[in-house]
Design a protein around this ligand. Structure first.
Ligand code: SAM
Length: 211
């Protein structure tokens, strides 16, 4: 089944990479991502819980889902250290086990590249975020240059998802967020390289509202 996630090797590599990225500006990105969150928040694909330390005190409760066992365990450790209440559950983005409109905000960071069906994951986020609630996103996305995008498509069709835990390089995530029915209110686009040995990739960071 596409949503069964078992990437023990990638999980360990990603945890290392994520720490390098924090020192190169990733922490700052996460702080900006979460600055406007409040109330009851759902975070999908929380990984090792790198966002948890950055939730502001306006947040009453975070429910974080993570399908990969090793990352989920790390996330539970990060939740125990967080200043806000964080509950980490097993789950995947394609079928969220929550009622319609039961969250004030949703958070997707570096995960809409990885979910097997981005359209479905966004439809689920749209369903569980209340009308007037917000989706906060931080994602690497499709290049604007046609040549680069073609290379991304080729990598996505061949080796990249296999070595990178299901990640795709060439997804046009802001277009998908808008197509899901969200109204994008802010979307900063910038190049970011998570480690010295990786080339910079286009990222987006912003917020969208469920009408
Ligand atoms: C690149 S990591 C990002 C982790 C974290 N969100 C962060 O910002 O560092 C991608 C995450 O998506 C998770 N994931 C994979 N398939 C998923 C799915 N179907 N639904 C939700 N999360 C998924 C992975 O287990 C992993 O934690």
């Amino acid at each position: 089944m596409a949503d069964q996630v078992h990437h023990p090797f990638f999980a360990r590599v990603y945890t290392h990479l994520s720490k390098l990225a924090e020192e190169r500006g990733g922490s700052e990105h996460r702080r900006s991502l979460l600055a406007g969150t409040s109330g009851r928040v759902l975070e999908i694909g929380a990984g090792a819980g790198a966002n948890f330390a950055h939730y502001p005190s306006t947040v009453g409760e975070v429910v974080a889902i993570e399908p990969e066992a090793h990352l989920r365990e790390l996330a539970r450790g990060a939740a125990a250290e967080a200043a806000v209440s964080v509950t980490v559950l097993e789950g995947h983005g394609s079928a969220l086990a929550f009622d319609e409109g039961s969250f004030d905000a949703g958070v997707a960071s570096l995960v809409l590249c990885t979910v097997p069906d981005q359209r479905l994951a966004l439809a689920e986020l749209f369903r569980v975020i209340r009308p007037g609630g917000t989706l906060h996103f931080y994602e690497h996305v499709r290049a604007r240059s046609r040549g680069e995008a073609r290379v991304q498509d080729l990598a996505d069709a061949t080796f990249w998802p296999r070595i990178a835990g299901g990640c795709h390089l060439g997804r046009d995530t802001s277009a998908a967020i808008a197509a899901a029915g969200f109204q994008i209110e802010s979307c900063e686009r910038f190049a970011f390289s998570p480690a010295r040995y990786l080339p910079p990739a286009a990222h987006i960071l912003g917020a969208a509202r469920r009408p």
